[in-house]
Design a protein around this ligand. Structure first.
Ligand SMILES: [Zn+2]
Length: 71
């Protein structure tokens, strides 16, 4: 399954756990669920176990620079 992340405005410094990575996907696992950038559809989180959720982490998309919030 593929889910789009929600694009948010750039968070204030040090207010959110933000992952900034030069390459995508930023997080990779052995599962089946992918999360994509809400702006450009690049896969940011790949291979998450089905049904697993994150505690609202912010990921900066390496492709377009959009800030994406995890569910
Ligand atoms: Zn993007």
């Amino acid at each position: 399954m593929r889910t789009k992340l929600k694009v948010i405005p750039e968070p204030e410094p040090r207010t959110r756990a933000t992952i900034v990575s030069p390459t995508a996907p930023v997080i990779k696992g052995p599962g089946t669920d992918d999360y994509t950038c809400g702006n450009c559809d690049r896969i940011l989180i790949a291979g998450i176990a089905a049904g697993k959720t994150f505690k609202s982490i912010v990921i900066r998309c390496p492709a377009c620079g959009a800030f994406n919030e995890t569910p």
